[in-house]
Ligand binder design. Structure first.
Ligand SMILES: C[S@@+](CC[C@H](N)C(=O)[O-])C[C@H]1O[C@@H](n2cnc3c(N)ncnc32)[C@H](O)[C@@H]1O
Length: 227
């Protein structure tokens, strides 16, 4: 059962996660890169000396295994020494939210808000943005090019100054990643890394928001999933 006002009707978004069970899958390879970039963002935050929790926002978060996996691993490896993090996961499939909830309970993660909200509506982010780390993983590849462009233009409203943005997109032809990288640069995002291994079509970008803060305008339609 889906509760997905912003998405198409054709994809089972819980079953979509099944490829993660195969450590040799392209999805697992992508997850490893995303988690590595999340770890780097957490490490950068730790050097800023700020006296508040780092805030994380994940749009179309699925079961949240990217950020939640990193936080759980660090909690396990560095008990008592992990900086506080506040996480907001926006996701419309309640089964995926339930999986995230179970994971948090089992790992003892606190400070995670599981939000059953349409990430394609700007108002959905009002109490979750701006954030220090913004995840747009598995999003751009499900949108029309026009919606990707519009969403990139909206990203400054989601980001605190110096925030890290992590995004993914397949390079299947016609490859939109050169355009996305250019749009991000034009929108105030400095590229930190762009990982695109030759043997897979997937790619992962990490960018720092160096632009001017932008107010979040509510009641905008940003995107709808195409499938
Ligand atoms: C391709 S999956 C990516 C999941 C996760 N970010 C990852 O990379 O593992 C896309 C997710 O977006 C969710 N979704 C689709 N349309 C949405 C919308 N309008 N608002 C919030 N979530 C949505 C789906 O339920 C699905 O879990």
């Amino acid at each position: 059962m889906r509760s997905d006002p912003g998405g198409g009707a054709g994809t089972d978004w819980e079953a979509w996660h099944d490829d993660y069970a195969d450590p040799a899958s392209a999805l697992s390879a992508r997850l490893a890169v995303v988690r590595s970039e999340i770890g780097a963002a957490l490490d950068r935050w730790a050097t800023t000396g700020r006296d508040r929790p780092m805030t994380v926002l994940s749009a179309c978060a699925g079961d949240g295994r990217d950020i939640l996996g990193v936080l759980a691993e660090r909690k396990e490896r560095l008990p008592g020494a992990v900086d506080p993090v506040e996480v907001a996961l926006l996701e419309t499939d309640r089964r995926n939210l339930a999986r995230a909830e179970r994971f948090c309970a089992e790992a003892g993660l606190t400070g995670v808000r599981l939000l059953d909200r349409d990430a394609g509506r700007s108002s959905s982010y009002l109490d979750a943005a701006p954030a220090d780390l913004v995840l747009m993983c598995g999003v751009f590849g499900n949108l029309t090019d026009t919606d990707v462009r519009r969403l990139v233009g909206f990203l400054p409203a989601l980001c605190r100054p110096g925030a890290t943005l992590i995004w993914t997109r397949s390079r299947r032809a016609p490859d939109l990643t050169p355009a996305i990288r250019g749009w991000l640069a034009d929108t105030g995002f400095t590229e930190l890394s762009f990982t695109a291994p030759a043997e897979v079509l997937g790619s992962v970008g990490a960018n720092r928001f160096d632009g001017e803060p932008v107010p979040l305008v509510p009641d905008q339609q940003l995107f709808r999933f195409t499938r």
